[in-house]
Design a protein around this ligand. Structure first.
Ligand SMILES: [Zn+2]
Length: 243
């Protein structure tokens, strides 16, 4: 099955558009970011996509932590309280739900190890991406072999934050000023820069990192935005897998 066919299958399944980052496409990696999941649609735990069938799609129970769990088929029925999953298994899809937070997909060029990350401000400050990428390095992969894709999220144009958040950021990052912007007396945070910094700290080359240009708040007709839609919110899904 070609990547294009694969993508159109998912599109029909979820009735929404999917974006496959260019750095993943280049290596034939099956990883996507969705636009708005329709309000009426319940995301299934098992996907039936011809010619493959019954592929489990695992979502963690997201808790804004820096916990990463390596999953295999034995954990399918368990509740996984964490914000990142990694696996070496084929026919096991890893997903994440977001609406403003950063959905991040990680893969080696060889697809041997893949992962998903949910990085809101709490997870980003705790270093969830850093912790996940460390697992890839511990497994013996070189930084040049690792690809990172950051999906649509609330960007610094719209992500106004309070001073107490900056205080927390200061405790962990000496260079916090690189992630913060001031505009008309208000403070804006770039979660994208904060996460890019974590990847670059571990030596991942910038050319291995793809970032979506889309801001979920600005493009609230295409994406669910926690801040914009408030109680009517649903989410985007992002997932990655090997066949
Ligand atoms: Zn925006």
């Amino acid at each position: 099955m070609s990547l294009k066919e694969w993508l159109s299958n998912w599109k029909n399944y979820f009735l929404t558009n999917f974006i496959c980052p260019s750095n993943f496409q280049k290596f034939g990696i099956l990883g996507v970011f969705s636009q708005k999941i329709p309000l009426f649609l319940k995301v299934p735990k098992v996907l039936q996509i011809p010619p493959y069938f019954k592929i489990p799609l695992i979502f963690p129970s997201q808790i804004h932590s820096d916990y990463v769990i390596e999953v295999n088929f034995s954990q399918l029925l368990k509740t996984l309280k964490c914000d990142a999953l990694v696996t070496k298994n084929s026919f096991l899809f890893l997903g994440i739900k977001t609406a403003d937070c950063l959905p991040i997909l990680v893969s080696t060029k060889s697809k041997e190890l893949i992962g998903v990350v949910h990085a809101g401000w709490r997870g980003s400050v705790k270093g969830i991406l850093y912790t996940t990428l460390k697992i890839f390095l511990k497994e013996g992969f070189k930084p040049e072999e690792i690809l990172v894709a950051i999906g649509p999220h609330i960007k610094s144009c719209c992500y106004e934050v309070k001073e107490d958040l900056i205080e927390e950021l200061k405790l962990r990052f000496d260079n916090y000023k690189n992630f913060v912007f001031l505009k008309e007396g208000k403070i804006f945070l770039s979660l994208e820069r904060l996460n890019l910094f974590q990847a670059c700290e571990l030596g991942i080359p910038l050319q291995n990192i793809w970032t979506s240009p889309d801001c979920t708040f600005c493009l609230n007709h295409l994406y669910w935005s926690h801040r914009f839609h408030k109680k009517y919110k649903k989410y985007q899904i992002s997932f990655i897998g090997k066949l």
